[in-house]
Design a protein around this ligand. Structure first.
Ligand code: FES
Length: 70
């Protein structure tokens, strides 16, 4: 399930990884989601990704994770 479809109060607009409206921080264990895509790396930058920021519309959830809403 994509994180923007998880019934959380996450704002989103494009759902293609371009607008960054859905930016949020997550904490997860190893296999709760795939690593950031090239789109996320480009839009968010290495520092934000290192701090746990992701684009909710690009995160396909496969396990438990903690989400910090903006
Ligand atoms: S909704 Fe635009 S980047 Fe996620």
């Amino acid at each position: 399930m994509g994180l923007v479809r998880a019934n959380l109060p996450v704002e989103f607009f494009c759902t293609t990884g371009k607008c960054t409206t859905c930016r949020l921080r997550v904490e997860m264990t190893g296999d709760s989601a795939k690593p950031p895509s090239e789109t996320e790396q480009y839009r968010l930058g290495i520092e934000a990704i290192a701090k746990g920021y992701r684009l909710a519309c690009q995160v396909f959830v496969t396990g438990d994770m903690r989400v910090f809403l903006p």
